[in-house]
Design a protein around this ligand. Structure first.
Ligand code: ZN
Length: 126
């Protein structure tokens, strides 16, 4: 495999992982906070589903996937304000709880956040 292809694959993998984490976080948030959550089917309410779709679309269109580690750490906030507020609430709620339900994902997310913050700090110094 050529290096460019390898790189593309890494980015795709990141995208998939990010989408999965975001979806799990929204699902958890919905399950604990919304009456519209369908426990039997494990389906989130329509508003949360919309947010998930929105996040997925943003991730697909993100031109910074190569550099950034996670949408919530991104310095270019491409979410519209209303959606950004919603996703913030989800992160605030589900972030700490992910450690219980999905420890591996949660640790990965935290590690990414630390790396990203460090990088941004270093860039400001330049
Ligand atoms: Zn919901």
């Amino acid at each position: 495999m050529r290096p460019e292809e390898r790189q593309l694959e890494v980015i795709e993998e990141k995208r998939r992982k990010e989408r999965y984490v975001v979806e799990e976080m929204i699902r958890l948030y919905c399950r604990k906070n919304h009456k519209g959550y369908d426990r039997k089917a494990g389906k989130m309410c329509p508003a949360c589903w919309e947010l998930t779709e929105y996040a997925r679309l943003r991730s697909e269109k993100c031109p910074f996937m190569e550099d950034k580690t996670f949408c919530s750490n991104c310095r270019v906030h491409c979410y519209k304000p209303e959606m950004r507020e919603k996703i913030r609430q989800v992160m605030r709620f589900s972030g700490p709880r992910m450690l219980l339900y999905h420890p591996v994902l949660a640790i990965w997310h935290v590690a990414c956040s630390i790396k990203e913050k460090k990088k941004q700090k270093e860039e400001r110094k330049l």
